[in-house]
Each structure stands twice: as structure tokens, then as C-alpha cells.
Design a protein around this ligand. Sequence first.
Ligand code: FMN
Ligand code: SF4
Length: 400
Amino acid sequence: MIRVNSQKTPFTFESVERESGLRTALAMSRADIIGEIGACNLRGRGGAGFPTGTKWNLAAAARVKAGGTKYVVCNADEGEPGTFKDRVILSGHADLVFEGMTIGARAIGATLGIVYLRSEYVYLRPHLEQVLATRRENRLLGTDIGGLAGFTFDIHIHMGAGAYVCGEETALIESLEGHRGEPRNRPPFPVDTGFNRQPTVVNNVETFAWVACILSRSANWFKAVGTATSTGYKLFSVSGDCREPGVYEFPLGLTVAELLEKVGGQDAKAVQVGGASGHCIPASEFGRRIAFEDVSTGGSVIVFGPGRDMLAVARNFMEFFVEESCGQCTPCRAGNAKLLEGVEMLQRGECSMQYVQELLGLGETMQLASKCGLGQSSPNAFVSIVKHFKDEVMGRTSAH
Ligand SMILES: Cc1cc2nc3c(=O)[nH]c(=O)nc-3n(C[C@H](O)[C@H](O)[C@H](O)COP(=O)(O)O)c2cc1C
Ligand code: SF4
């Protein structure tokens, strides 16, 4: 269920007329479709917040190599701890996601779309295949889509195999090609050299759903809410110590405090915004805005009540990263293990204040020197918990 908590505009995906976005797009030039997505400044809903119009422009301009084709990939890996909004979108609004992918294909000139589906969501596959089959019957996929001569596009589903790092777009592409899911060096970027070395757009499930809504309702409609640099609505997966966990829709720019009030988590001690790789926000900073320019997130919000042991929280996250690091680069492979070891030492009362400082330095090195977003962001939770819960952490250090 999507709980709608937008005060200004009571919008939900349910209220958008199906296929009206695609109809509009098919009557437009490719450049105008991308122009509309750029005009509302839609930013990717998968976490990094990259402008979707810019990504699509680059892919549209990129040249196909040796008789290949361009690709549109929907990132449905949803592996970030605390995130479950894409599962809800795919369960209830798969047609909107496929519509957005078809609009993307038209915009960049792709002929094949692939949904990279988290392995645990295999139970959703029959439903998704059914929606795709109906779209083929209705000529919303296949050849001459929507009566537009020459517009050929179809969508396949590819199951992931259960690795968090495969949500990173270049590891995802490696996995699609049948290789180990290890991130690639960049550049070249997927928009130029992606799946099968061809131009590829990778976008999050929610991003595609909003694309369909924007083409249906207009760029002005979308950018009328949110902040100047974080426009529109966002879905949030809220879990933890609150009265009403669930998937919520809010305009970007609301404060952490406003969100907590809606979900019944006013007595929270801290909120982890952005999942395990995000930041731990203490109560003194609940006035901060959830937006790409302040506290940014792909949608995961985990609430920690007054009784939570923040070192236990840090340990939980570090265990996750040690398990999920692909091991390709040393700062991440060794760094996460060192940070976990440090947290365990703190829990046993065997870690000195000086060693905590060294671990913070190690965290900085990992942020700077790791090859992909996993290692660059994995120290965030540890660093922010040490910074904001100094008394709780330093109170457990040893003299030596
Ligand atoms: C370790 C790691 C895991 C990621 N997992 C996901 C994921 O599950 N879903 C997702 O959409 N993006 C994920 N991303 C971000 C993708 O690399 C990419 O930025 C995103 O799919 C682009 O889509 P967007 O621009 O629509 O957000 C992950 C990134 C990293 C570094
Ligand atoms: S940062 Fe971690 S997950 Fe990313 S490439 Fe390096 S070892 Fe692999």
C-alpha cells in the first residue's frame, strides 16, 4: 500500500491515466521528450540523484557500435537495507514502469529493455510477465508501437542472483552479461559503453514510473512541488521504531521531523536516511530537509527509538558491508573489515579513543579511494554514529 501524505497535491500513481504519457511521447520528437524530462529536473530515484534528462541526452547522442542496439535497463535490484518501495511499485504499478521504459526507449532510440529484478522478488515475475504479455497484445510493445511506424521495442526480465553490489549500474551490466557482478572502471560510462558495450540507460524503477506521470501531466506539474534543485515527489520506505511503517509518498524537501510526525516516530533518537550507505541523523538535526542538496536518499528511512544501542546499529551495518564488498579494491575489502573489527573492540571495551580517531581517518580514505559507491559510502553510518553519538561511543573506549 502507498500511503499518500502530500499536503499540497493529493497525488498517487493511481490517478494517472494509463498510457496517456506514452501517447503524448509518441506525438513528440525524441529531443522534445528529453527536453520535457530535463525541464522538470527529474533526478534519479535510485539514490545518486543524477538528472535523468542529462543521462538520456548522452545516450541519445551516443553511437551504436557495429550493428548493435541501444538498451534501456530498469534497476529493480533494490538491495539497500530498509528499501522496499520498488517492490510496492512493481506489485501495483508495473504498467507505469513499463510505460516509462518505453518512453525512454523512444527518446534514446533503444530496441530492447531489460528489468534486472532482485532475486528475492522472483515471486513477482509471473505477475510482471503477465503485464508484459498484455502490453504485447495491446501493441504497447513489439513493432510499430502505438501505431508509430518503425518504433520497435520489447522488455525482458533478468533475475539477479542476490548481491547488493549488483545494484551498482556497472556491476549490474557485468551481471547481465553473465560475468561476476563487479563494478567497472568509469569512464567509459554506460550511456556510451554499457550492456554489450552499447549505449545503455540504467534507471531506477521509481524514476521510470515518474517519467510516465510527467509525460502524462507535464514538466510544470512535476516541478511545482519539491525544492528548486530537488523537484517532485518521492516514495519512502519507512521502517524501524515508529507506529506506522510503510511506503509513503511526500514531496521532496520535507524535514526529517515532518516525516517522523507522519509515521509516528516523534520520540526517535536517530534516523538513518538512505539505508546502510546513508547517514545517521541525530535528533538535533531533525530540522534538515530530505532533498538531494541536504539529506539525500534513494528512499530508505530507518527510525531508531530512544532505547537503541547505536554501536549495535553500526555493527549491524558494518557486518552487511563486509559480507557485500565484492573485494576488487583494497580500501573497501580491507577497510570494511577493519571498521567492523573496531566496532567489536568498542563493544568489548578494548578500543582506545586514539584508535577510534584512526578508524575515522580510515573511513575518510575509503570514501576517497574506493572504486565504486559501495566502498565510498560504506563508512557513512559508522562515521556519523561516532560523530553524533560521541558520548555513547567514547564512553565505551578503553584507556589504552
Ligand atoms: C552498491 C550500490 C548499490 C546500488 N543499488 C541500487 C539499487 O538497488 N537500485 C537502484 O535503482 N540503484 C542502485 N544503485 C545506484 C545505481 O548505480 C544507479 O545510480 C541507478 O540505478 C541509476 O538510476 P536513477 O538515476 O534512476 O537513480 C546502487 C549503487 C551502488 C553503489
Ligand atoms: S568499492 Fe567495494 S564493492 Fe566497489 S569495487 Fe571496490 S571492493 Fe568492490
